[in-house]
Design a binder for this molecule. Structure first.
Ligand SMILES: [Fe+2]
Length: 580
């Protein structure tokens, strides 16, 4: 079977990669929009735009010329995809863009230019080159080109921008990452328009790191996030931004653990997401600290070699009031979660404060290191090869197992845990109580109905991992729905033995009031790693009925893979959004 729908738009040069045998392959850019047909029939009410963002370019340069290979999935250069659904015509308007072109050019011209990566070492050079790289990193100046920085994790319509900026009435679309770096891109063409950081809202928000996943209160119309400073004076700054005015308010500047004597300093650590409840912001700091308060990160320019894991140290939940102020620091078991899901608070019968926090937790923190090949699943012929890698000698470096185990050797993602934190109504920082229950095993990239913020939800849609069998079937990231009331599971089962990755399932509710919670569709971009070899790899947009996971339709994109992390859906008027 072939998928010719987009192939005529590409030249052979777009399929670079053979000359370096990469794990990850480049995704071709479709800058000029094209209309694609639906195989099947999608609901006529499905009207709006799904943006997806992720790593789309790993092999830079050309064969015979200057080239550079990006080896870690998280470091692939940013691509944004725009899928405009028109249920009336049963067509999808599609375009995509490579949004880090100036960054790519800089990398190729000088890989020692002071860049920071998650796990890729851009170049191995002399002591002098590495020293110059370090100096360039600590003296980094803003570059005027809006595509000069890598921003590839989340994409958010209607993100507030600083009040002094004029949008000329155009819809706003902003990409984010775990560094304190945001990129405004054009909502239609996806062309980068501005690269900035949170200090554009308030100069106090200049910390080096932030969270890719902000939180938004849909009732009060406020965005929440953190700015984390490393170095001599580590600080966790929690803030909010008003949607309408773009004005930032600092809620807390945390430099110390809130224990009895307030003397334990805050230790900066890798963070990807956090919780928001009706009254609190809760920031989970796992024991994966930036070594020497970030000095190692500055020297190496590499997150993985700049972290240290303290396996016996608790994860700390820093709890901040939305009215302002650090309320409590709550130690829990050492765990790490890339993605929180949902939070809400209430008072118990004694008037004490209860926080109910759902997250997708891995035991310990090794998962942070097991992500290099997250974007390429082993085909049926590659299963034994991947398993053999589990048996090579390993050691511990900075508390982490090195070399890290492959993503797929774990056979499972983390668990859906529900943490319950109880704070005393009079002295919330004194002796907080914390425990958790496990609701679901093997879960990642979960989404729920966007209107159930701070409310009890029944249905959850997510990815699960299943290992392949040598020469029989490839590995997969599949799609599952769970009814949390009944425990009933619904699984999408495509008829294939190829390896495949379903992207994060984005639930889109049918417009209207008083509908059932699962009345809607689930959208997922599926990459297929064909058993016949990578020249047969392909991808398609999948549209499922959220009730029973039957297929409304598929929209083939072409014979390439388009790896994405996260996505957001917005109606044509940029009013109603569902985002991550
Ligand atoms: Fe994420």
């Amino acid at each position: 079977m072939s998928f010719p729908s987009l192939d005529k738009f590409f030249t052979q040069g777009d399929f670079v990669g053979d000359f370096q045998k990469p794990c990850h392959r480049n995704t071709p850019e479709v800058a000029d929009p094209i209309w694609l047909d639906v195989q099947g029939e999608i609901p006529t009410w499905l009207q709006g735009v799904l943006y997806r963002i992720g790593p789309g370019k790993f092999i830079l340069g050309e064969e015979g010329g200057r080239s550079l290979t990006i080896t870690h999935a998280f470091d692939g250069l940013a691509y944004i995809h725009r899928f405009e659904f028109d249920g009336n015509s049963q067509k999808i308007r599609y375009n995509s863009r490579h949004t880090a072109k100036a960054f790519e050019k800089q990398l190729l011209e000088n890989p020692f230019g002071g860049y920071t990566s998650y796990g890729t070492v851009y170049a191995v050079g002399s002591a002098w080159q590495r020293f110059m790289d370090f100096l360039a990193r600590v003296n980094k100046k803003p570059h005027p080109d809006p595509s000069s920085g890598p921003v590839n994790v989340t994409i958010t319509p209607n993100f507030p921008i600083p009040g002094s900026w004029d949008t000329h009435g155009n819809p706003v679309l902003v990409a984010k990452t775990d560094s304190n770096r945001l990129q405004k891109v054009h909502h239609d063409t996806l062309e980068p328009e501005k690269l900035f950081d949170y200090s554009a809202y308030d100069e106090r928000l200049k910390g080096r790191l932030s969270a890719s996943h902000h939180q938004h209160d849909d009732r009060t119309n406020e965005v929440f996030n953190i700015s984390m400073e490393v170095g001599m004076r580590p600080c966790l700054t929690v803030f909010k931004i008003d949607d309408k005015t773009g004005t930032a308010t600092v809620l807390a500047e945390i430099t110390h653990y809130l224990d009895d004597d307030n003397k334990t300093p805050f230790k900066p650590a890798y963070l990807h997401s956090f919780w928001l409840t009706q009254h609190y912001v809760i920031v989970p700091i796992s024991p994966i600290y930036f070594k020497n308060n970030g000095l190692d990160l500055a020297v190496t320019g590499n997150l993985m070699s700049g972290m240290e894991y303290h396996a016996d140290t608790p994860t700390l939940f820093y709890i901040v009031s939305r009215e302002g102020g650090h309320v409590a620091t709550v130690p829990v078991d050492p765990h790490f979660a890339f993605h929180t899901i949902h939070g809400h608070d209430y008072l118990d019968a004694n008037g004490n404060i209860v926080l109910e926090l759902n997250t997708q937790a891995f035991d310990g923190c090794e998962a942070v290191f097991q992500t290099a090949d997250l974007t390429h699943l082993p085909r049926a012929s590659e299963i034994d090869e991947v398993k053999a890698l589990e048996n090579i000698p390993r050691t511990k470096v900075n508390g982490f197992t090195v070399p890290p185990l492959n993503t797929f050797s774990q056979n499972s993602f983390g668990d859906l845990r529900q943490y319950k934190i109880v704070l005393d109504k009079h002295q919330p920082h004194k002796n907080p109580k914390a425990d958790f229950i496990t609701l679901i095993k093997n879960i990642e990239f979960a989404r729920v109905h966007p209107a159930y913020q701070f409310k009890t939800y029944q249905y959850i849609y997510f990815n699960y991992m299943a290992p392949g069998i040598q020469n029989q079937k490839g590995s997969m990231f599949g799609l599952k729905k769970v009814d949390l009331k009944s425990g009933q599971e619904t699984i999408w089962k495509p008829d294939t033995t190829d390896a495949y990755v379903c992207s994060e399932p984005v639930f889109i509710p049918r417009p209207g009031d008083a509908l059932e919670e699962d009345d809607g569709v689930v959208l997922s971009l599926v990459n297929v790693y064909d058993n016949r070899g990578h020249h047969h790899d392909h991808c398609y947009m999948l549209i499922l009925n959220a009730k029973d996971f039957t297929e409304y339709g598929r929209v083939p994109l072409g014979q390439f893979t388009a790896v994405t992390f996260h996505g957001s859906f917005v109606d044509h008027e940029f009013i109603s959004t569902t985002y991550n």
